[in-house]
Design a protein around this ligand. Structure first.
Ligand code: GAL
Length: 416
């Protein structure tokens, strides 16, 4: 597939100080290593190779990107920054504040990004009014993925309320299957926490707790209820959950070993990669109790400032490609996410993708769109990691819910 336009060549040239530019490779640091993620990454690699831009792969496994960010820091400290880096939310702004990122204003102006990228994404793609990254998608975290055949066999309807969901998990457990497929890694527990917090207190509570970091919300009864619901979820995972990768948890649902997974819509990429079809083989629905709210994260590619003109040209071409409407459709159809621009038609998307696009737009309109705490869009890494620690300690039985609430208030205060 060749999605490159002549316009992007012009943009690439524009981004360099020399008139004759030889295209260089891009070295891309990312954490897209699962089957579905790799399939989506291939859409990008193919697009760039169609433009004569080579790809040097720098994969750092680990969902959520914590390990990738550690490797990035080491590379930059060693004076060897990759040219393009997958990044989330506040991490982008932090690198921009350090002066490490290239300015993408020329490509953004030539391609009209200001008019088509939603404000919620621009908040992380711009620093001091300058474009410093190219958003490739919008994911959201408050989703449940369900094996339809398992639910049909047990006579379980798609749960609408939290109580329905608990009853459904109880019925699955009673049948001898795993009710909730889960990978015991802190970021996966935090991902469930996003959706569970929304199910308890909606965007108002979520915003006060995770975005405003208001001690009263962090220490509230609603937060205790959030932890209580996490403890309920803990009682429906299998015995071998510790350390399991998220895509292996998805595979449990795909194979019918488990009924449900609470995970961002990158999980859909695994279902599609396994040849599964929405509404026939699997269901996608919001964490019961959180419908109408969307906790989003947007993968963006930030370009590290480089002096080589060829490398700059490749960076500009990559940024232009990522933002082209045809690429945004082709890539996000495979990835499980939805486009990062508002003018991409939904025709090529499956039922879950169409639903995700409609719900994102509706949530943005109604003020029910919030940045994912688990994926770096609610607060800076230090605070996020402090929350991770408390959530995971509670999930693993170190704290009861009341203690977890107290620990959370203290941890967030100390991390700011
Ligand atoms: C998220 C990222 C997704 C997906 C997921 C699991 O942080 O935004 O694109 O890769 O991690 O790896």
């Amino acid at each position: 597939m060749r999605l490159f336009s002549k316009k992007s060549v012009a943009v690439a040239a524009l981004l360099t100080s020399t008139s004759v530019v030889s295209a260089a490779d891009v070295e891309v640091l990312h954490w897209w290593t699962s089957g579905g993620e790799a399939a989506a990454l291939n859409v990008l690699k193919d697009d760039l190779s169609g433009q004569g831009i080579g790809w040097q792969d720098m994969p750092v496994a680990g969902g959520g990107g914590e390990s990738a960010m550690t490797v990035l820091r080491a590379r930059v400290t060693a004076g060897d920054a990759p040219t393009a880096v997958q990044m989330l939310g506040f991490d982008i702004l932090d690198w921009a504040a350090e002066g490490a990122l290239a300015n993408l204003n020329d490509v953004a102006a030539a391609e009209g990004w200001d008019a088509v990228v939603p404000a919620a994404l621009q908040a992380f793609a711009k620093h001091d009014g300058n474009w410093i990254s190219a958003p490739v998608n919008v994911h959201s975290t408050n989703w449940v993925w369900a094996n339809k055949a398992v639910l049909d066999e047990l006579g379980i309807a798609q749960p609408e309320s939290w109580d329905d969901f608990v009853a459904a998990m109880a019925a699955v457990k009673a049948s001898g299957r795993t009710a909730l497929a889960h990978g015991g890694q802190a970021w996966q527990e935090a991902t469930m926490f996003d959706g569970v917090a929304l199910s308890v207190g909606g965007v108002d509570f979520y915003t006060k707790a995770f975005i405003d970091m208001d001690p009263a919300a962090l220490g509230s009864d609603m937060m205790k209820e959030t932890f209580d619901r996490m403890a309920t979820l803990r009682s429906y995972v299998d015995d071998n959950f510790s350390g399991r990768d998220w895509n292996l948890a998805s595979a449990m649902v795909i194979n019918g070993d488990a009924a449900f997974q609470i995970m961002g819509d990158w999980a859909k990429g695994e279902f599609l990669n396994a040849g599964k079809v929405p509404n026939e083989d699997f269901l996608c629905f919001r964490v019961p109790g959180s419908a109408g709210s969307v906790s989003f994260n947007s993968d963006q590619f930030a370009m590290f400032a480089v002096s080589d003109a060829g490398a700059q040209a490749a960076q500009g071409a990559m940024a232009a490609s990522i933002m082209s409407p045809s690429f945004q459709s082709a890539f996000n159809v495979v990835k499980g996410s939805v486009p990062a621009r508002t003018d991409v038609p939904n025709d090529a998307f499956d039922a879950c993708g169409k639903k995700g696009m409609a719900e994102l737009a509706a949530a943005a309109d109604s003020g029910s769109l919030v940045g994912s705490m688990a994926h770096g869009h609610a607060n800076r890494a230090a605070v996020k990691n402090a929350i991770y620690d408390v959530v995971t300690a509670h999930f693993n039985g170190e704290y009861d819910s009341a203690t977890a609430v107290e620990e959370l208030v203290t941890a967030v205060e100390l991390a700011q």
